[in-house]
Design a protein around this ligand. Structure first.
Ligand code: ZN
Length: 399
């Protein structure tokens, strides 16, 4: 008996496929792959909705105790089509144990990029005191939380580093050598200047807020890609969107994409305030903005699945393949006019949207998005058909 069968989902390549999940893993995938197989639960999409590997949001803030940027992992995750959220530096070595314990209650998979400051984002300037960047505490935390801490985070803008300029980044690169984890660097207002930071980064490091419109943007005055960014990209440094409250400019993104500087990852930098009040709202909204910027649905899906999994060293995620984690996002691509707003108040009118329908995590948790009707999807619990005690809290869809 399998845990879950998803029947007749549309792959973005046009194929109609079944997905079989058992023991938390995908055990079969492809056209008619579920034919004749028994399962505890079954979702039939009748060829109406798309399926992809579960979406990964590589830059979020979901440590509820954080005083500045916080949210609930299941609101920004499972309720929003996202099966995996990565908290980007809300916690450092001092709070990571507490954060880890809290995340065990979430349905959504949660991972952490450890802030190089032991305090995490306790305040706006966590890197203004070099004494807080403590190698011993950082390496200890990584050893304690192997598999949960999947990278490092350094917020390298003037308001965060104070008078320290490049020093926190230089120290981060030294500390990274002992663990080999990817380093995500936030860019914002200088100093330090983007060019000198980019020159320090190596293959696999990630620049987040890559299309910000601040002075540390990736384009020069003439609108060309800065040479230091071109060199960094040639070395294998990666670009991550990290939309956030202040860090996505449509005009910068449009120009950069024209030069071929496509994002490698599309992430939200979501937290409660920019989810509820905008301009982020959800990872799906950020993905929709990039549809309107001219990237294809396939490209965008790769950014939130296989690219994110590869860059963050999560080999069992991001792929719809046998043996991979049973994390699936069910979604629609709706042809519908939508007004899109970036972090600078620029407006674009989109005509197509990514709309999450349901989130499947490890083949066990099934969370149906709000406002989804049963019209094009049926969810059944095979051994207990019609059981009233086993109804979803959302929309009354039996699970
Ligand atoms: Zn952030």
């Amino acid at each position: 008996m399998n845990d879950l069968i998803i029947k007749q989902g549309k792959h973005i390549n046009g194929d109609v496929i079944d997905i079989v999940i058992n023991g938390g893993r995908v055990t079969a995938v492809g056209p008619e792959a579920a034919a004749g197989l028994p399962s505890i639960k079954e979702i039939d999409l009748h060829g109406h909705y798309y399926v992809s590997a579960g979406w990964i949001d590589a830059h979020t803030h979901c440590y509820p105790q954080s005083p500045l940027y916080y949210d609930d992992p299941d609101l920004i995750g499972a309720a929003s089509g996202v099966t995996t959220v990565v908290d980007a530096g809300s916690t450092g070595a001092d709070d990571i144990d507490d954060f880890y314990a809290m995340t065990r209650k979430a349905k959504t998979h949660v991972y952490a990029l450890l802030n190089i400051s032991r305090t995490g984002i306790c305040c706006q300037n966590e890197l203004a005191d070099m004494a807080q960047i403590n190698n011993e505490h950082l390496q200890d935390a990584i050893r304690r939380h192997k598999g949960f801490i999947i990278g490092l985070k350094a917020r390298m803008s003037q308001s965060v580093v104070g008078e320290n300029g490049l020093q926190p980044l230089i120290k981060a690169k030294i500390m990274q050598k002992a663990n080999g984890l990817p380093l995500m660097v936030h860019i914002g207002n200088p100093p330090p200047h983007l060019e000198e930071m980019a020159d320090l980064l190596t293959k696999g490091d990630i620049i987040t807020h890559c299309f910000n419109g601040k002075p540390n943007r990736i384009l020069d005055e003439a609108g060309n890609l800065k040479p230091a960014i071109q060199r960094a990209l040639a070395r294998g440094v990666m670009l991550d969107v990290g939309h956030g409250t202040e860090s996505l400019s449509f005009s910068i993104a449009e120009q950069a994409i024209k030069f071929g500087a496509h994002p490698h990852m599309i992430s939200s930098d979501i937290y409660q305030r920019n989810r509820v009040g905008g301009p982020v709202h959800s990872l799906a909204t950020v993905m929709t903005k990039f549809l309107n910027l001219g990237l294809s649905p396939e490209y965008i899906l790769n950014c939130v699945t296989i690219n994110a999994a590869n860059l963050l060293h999560l080999p069992h995620k991001g792929r719809l393949e046998r043996g991979c984690d049973g994390d699936i996002t069910i979604f629609d691509l709706k042809n519908q006019r939508i007004e899109l707003v970036d972090a600078e108040g620029q407006i674009r009118i989109g005509t197509q949207q990514f709309v999450p329908i349901a989130t499947v995590i490890a083949g066990v948790h099934i969370v149906v998005a709000e406002n989804v009707t049963k019209k094009n999807m049926s969810v059944e619990n095979t051994p207990a058909k019609n059981a009233t005690t086993n109804r979803s809290p959302l929309n009354g869809i039996p699970l």
